[in-house]
Design a protein around this ligand. Structure first.
Ligand code: ATP
Ligand code: MG
Length: 557
């Protein structure tokens, strides 16, 4: 077996670092900024960071990157912790915050000043922008670049003491204003912001910039491999510059991988936030949005999410993964475990004219065709039933094996029925079917060997439980809404359809978090927010078959 067998490039690097003795313990971190809920892209990063930690007997930190007060909230912190736990990972006692290190990061900044490689700049934000140059044009040095160490230290301390207004000064690294890498053109390290921080309150009025805070936090925590997405590749020289200058006892290594993108949706907290603010979705946990909270409420099992990112792998190539891949993971997970039930989403009344008015029979229905251990349940059968509207067609093509005028069909776990009469309303819509049943054909009795081609599901009208069932479809009409100037213009107006369905009575006992398959329709679960036993609200998790393949084909043509 080759050494790379089954290992992605990051796990290969880690394997080699352990083999060579460069490290004897692997330490990673998942560092979200608490400015929104985690999404499917974060699932990948969580599984990667906690995964390599677990696989190597190492440690993984959950670090809240809270350097941007004003945008960050405790609500998001709580949601992040809940989501990481739900995915099956545990940071144990390693919950940290960038703000835990504010004092140490400040000390590192003073050290850079003392070394002569950081200075306080007093240009305005606009001037700094102008001095920075462009991709094709070198920047210009600030007139304050050569301030003496003492003056820099004094100004920086007074920045901290609150003597200046926002924007009056910034602390910058002194690197190279002509560098082809814009990140090295004297990047800002600290800015003045007179704003309360959600954890440190009024203690600080200067806050470290992301690149500096992130590198230092990695160093302080003993992170060995700092895994991040490709957009940080151009920041790595700066990451390494900090480490070269400050020479911390621990030197982490930054490695980039490509983002996970899911077709027909967006994975950016900023855009998700805009979507929520607009009211187009109901919140961070709307079952249509690809947040972990939304997917959990939708009914996606955590194991399916982990399986999904595993199949996607870890690479350097940008990829847009089809929704069908995620849905297949969900189907596979639920196919074996979810019990079967019957529900009619768009009910059409069937009256069995030869069935006694007050008679009720109890049919034994199997809970899982492939797993008899899951047992059976009782389904009441009576004279009036609901069937699915599209299981009847007046002008049916030859291969339509469901119900048609004069035709026959089997009711699952019930009888063969024949359609004798079609009742319509004044608009010409079919509102009821008059049928007769064949008493010799009850399922499981063996009293008749009559066979018909089609079998349909049904619910006894007198016993049915009315429910709101929510059918979800893709959130956007185009595969990559990120490539559209205004992603709000390509929302799918039909991403949610709510139907008044009829459920078999056994579904009254459906517990929160339990998923079932509605026969012939898909997988469903009760809505964790709005369901009540007296007014059931059910979510469709996923259809039985991949309806995406077709949609995607259409989009390509
Ligand atoms: P967003 O653009 O949604 O705000 P972000 O990268 O700003 O995402 P952070 O909270 O900073 O969000 O991300 C925490 C970690 O998750 C980072 O290490 C980041 O690289 C990783 N991450 C974010 N989005 C993805 C994604 N789509 N695929 C893989 N990893 C991701
Ligand atoms: Mg970010």
């Amino acid at each position: 077996m080759s050494e790379t067998a089954g290992r992605d490039f990051i796990r290969q690097i880690i394997f080699e670092d352990l083999e060579s003795g460069k490290h004897d313990e692997i330490v990673t971190r998942f560092p979200p900024e608490p400015n929104g809920y985690l999404h499917v892209g974060h699932v990948m990063s969580i599984c990667l960071n906690f995964g390599v930690g677990e696989e190597n007997g190492g440690r993984t930190f959950l670090r809240l990157d809270d350097t941007n007060p004003g945008k960050e909230k405790e609500e998001y912190v709580q949601a992040i912790m809940q989501d990481v736990h739900w995915l099956g990972f545990d940071w144990e006692d390693r919950l940290t915050h960038a703000s835990d290190y504010f004092e140490k990061i400040y000390a590192a900044a003073e050290k850079l000043i003392e070394m002569g490689v950081a200075y306080v700049d007093s240009l305005s934000a606009e001037e700094i922008r102008q001095f920075r140059g462009t991709l094709t044009e070198a920047g210009k040095n600030s007139p304050h670049r050569d301030r003496a160490v003492e003056e820099n230290l004094d100004l920086f301390r007074r920045m901290r003491a609150g003597e200046f207004a926002d924007g009056e000064h910034v602390l910058r690294a002194k690197i190279d204003m002509a560098s082809p890498n814009m990140n090295l053109r004297d990047p800002a390290l600290y800015r003045i912001r007179h704003i309360d921080h959600q954890r440190t309150g009024k203690t600080w009025c200067i806050y470290p910039m992301y690149d500096f805070a992130h590198t230092m936090s990695d160093a302080f925590e003993g992170i060995t491999h700092s895994l991040c997405t490709l957009e940080f590749e151009d920041h790595r020289p700066l990451y390494d510059w900090f480490l070269d200058q400050l020479k911390p006892a621990n030197r982490p290594r930054q490695i980039e991988f490509s983002r996970l993108n899911l077709a027909y949706t967006i994975t950016s907290k900023r855009k998700l936030n805009a979507l929520i603010e607009s009211g187009e979705v109901t919140g961070w946990n709307d079952p249509r949005v690809p947040t972990i909270a939304g997917m959990r409420r939708r009914g996606y099992p955590a194991s399916a999410m982990r399986d999904f990112v595993k199949r996607g792998g870890v690479t350097k190539k940008d990829k847009l993964i089809e929704m069908g891949v995620l849905e297949n993971c969900v189907r596979e997970e639920l196919g074996d475990s979810a019990e079967r039930r019957m529900a009619v989403l768009r009910p059409l009344k069937v009256v069995l004219t030869n069935y006694p008015e007050d008679q009720v029979e109890v049919m034994q229905a199997m809970n899982h065709p492939g797993n008899p251990d899951l047992g059976t349940r009782e389904m009441p059968f009576s004279r009036e039933l609901w069937i699915e509207q599209d299981d009847f067609l007046e002008e049916a093509p030859r291969k339509f094996f469901r119900l048609r005028p004069g035709g026959e069909v089997r009711l699952r776990f019930g009888y063969i029925i024949k359609c004798d009469e079609v009742i319509k309303n004044d608009d010409g819509d079919v509102v009821e079917l008059r049928c007769t049943y064949d008493p010799d054909t009850r399922s499981g009795t063996g009293t008749s060997d009559r066979k018909v081609k089609g079998t349909i599901h049904w619910v006894s009208a007198a016993h049915a439980v009315p429910a709101k069932v929510r059918l979800y479809d893709r959130l956007f009409n185009v595969p990559d809404p990120n490539s559209v100037a205004d992603f709000m213009t390509v929302l799918n107006p039909e991403s949610l359809e709510t139907v008044d369905a009829m459920l078999e009575p056994a579904l009254l006992e459906l517990a929160e978090g339990q998923s079932v398959q509605f026969e012939r329709l898909g997988y469903f679960c009760v809505d964790s927010e709005e369901h009540a036993a007296t007014a059931p609200v059910i979510n469709r998790i996923v259809t039985l078959r991949d309806s995406w393949a077709k949609i995607e084909k259409q989009a390509m043509s």
